[in-house]
Design a binder for this molecule. Structure first.
Ligand code: CP3
Length: 358
């Protein structure tokens, strides 16, 4: 059931997209860029929509999700849009009670703490339980196509989703998560399988609705040793990625603190690997496969630094990429709410100006 029957047709409106070219490792008119979490609280137009609506209400209302997705596209010279949603959206439809608590982040009131709870999780079809996501994409597409901007669909990777489902929120040491991994490996693998199945189906729905590329967020994978990553995480992540590849859109795998895992990450053979600021781009690239593109990797805190330092470090990142085809400029993790919008605007313009091919 995870096998799509057809490849999606490429969208002619996006034929010249620098983002899609770079994602395929091809030479582009300029180094494309976008910012992880580019829609969000640092923008007053986002805060205005969120003032009297919850995060989940915004995600589940296609008109609102479409509007928020477009806000950074209208404000900055970014080369890709990312759907406004969250990696945790599929957890409620599987049976977990999720809320976004102001100032505290995501909270799950019934976290997974037993093998029985894992077995009770449901594996619903995305089309049935999250129809608003495809609908938001359909609403967005005309404006994005007119601007020649591709949309990135996304899901969370099994490990990162499992960490929220088991801990009940963010975590520093992943105590319960690692406990399930080590003490109840059979339940752990059943959980990883269920998560991979739901996310593969959900990404397929996003691609069929019009997502031109997809990103798999494995934000916290770096918390694992290489052995644990290979043993407990790699196989289900690989199944998810293999289920999505036949659609034929570029796949980006992103994690933070993954310097020690890049050899294993390269073996997924995704089109693009996203890295954070801890590993220089050239060092990371040396561990990837020939032709694999790279995405990153400015420290998001630099977006709050004085322009002199910010520009110096944008130059440094571009120098580490050395003009090789297949670089997508990004930050190494999400934009923070304290980020000045002017710096986002200036970085986008500067990267385009500096890398313009004449
Ligand atoms: O990038 C984008 O603009 C698209 C939207 C997007 C959001 N979350 C919106 C969001 C994406 C791609 C995500 C991914 C996500 N969500 C990840 C993976 C990337 C990463 O940052 O590591 C993770 C781990 C989450 C889980 C999550 N959602 C956390 C930990 C939080 C709280 C932290 C915070 O910044 O408040 C959220 C909430 C969230 N997701 C917000 C947004 C805009 C803030 C909600 C608000 O208060 O308005």
């Amino acid at each position: 059931p995870m096998r799509p029957s057809v490849k999606v047709e490429p969208n002619p409106a996006l034929a010249d997209s620098a983002f899609l070219k770079a994602a395929r490792g091809e030479k582009a008119a300029h180094t494309p860029l976008w910012f992880m979490r580019q829609a969000g609280r640092y923008m007053p137009e986002y805060r205005a929509i969120r003032a009297d609506r919850s995060m989940l209400e915004c995600i589940r209302t296609p008109e609102l999700a479409a509007e928020i997705t477009l806000q950074p596209i209208r404000a900055f010279e970014v080369d890709a849009a990312i759907l406004f949603n969250d990696i945790l959206t599929p957890l409620p439809v599987m049976g977990l009670d999720l809320d976004f608590v102001k100032g505290a982040g995501p909270r799950i009131s019934n976290p997974l703490r037993s093998t029985r709870a894992v077995d009770l999780l449901s594996v619903p079809a995305a089309r049935e339980v999250m129809p608003y996501t495809a609908e938001a994409i359909r609403l967005l597409k005309p404006e994005l196509d007119a601007r020649g901007i591709p949309l990135i669909g996304f899901v969370g990777a099994p490990f990162t989703l499992a960490s929220y489902a088991i801990e009940g929120g963010g975590s520093r040491n992943y105590e319960y998560t690692k406990q399930m991994m080590y003490a109840e490996p059979a339940a752990w693998f059943r959980l990883m399988d269920k998560l991979a199945t739901v996310q593969a189906d959900y990404l397929g729905e996003q691609i069929k609705a019009g997502a031109a590329a997809v990103q798999i967020f494995d934000s916290w994978a770096g918390a694992l040793s290489r052995y644990d990553y290979q043993t407990f995480v790699w196989p289900a992540t690989q199944r998810l990625i293999e289920a999505v590849k036949p659609y034929g859109v570029p796949v980006i795998y992103f994690g933070t603190d993954t310097g020690h895992l890049l050899g294993d990450i390269a073996r997924y053979e995704t089109d693009v690997v996203g890295v954070d600021w801890r590993t220089p781009l050239d060092t990371a690239w040396a561990q990837l496969n020939k032709g694999q593109a790279i995405q990153g990797n400015l420290d998001p805190l630099l977006l709050a630094a004085p322009w002199r330092e910010l520009r110096h470090q944008v130059d440094r990142v571009l120098d580490e990429a050395a003009g090789r085809p297949g670089h997508i400029f990004n930050i190494g993790h999400g934009i923070l709410p304290t980020t000045p919008m002017d710096n986002v605007r200036r970085v986008a313009e500067y990267v385009h100006e500096r890398t313009q091919q004449v």
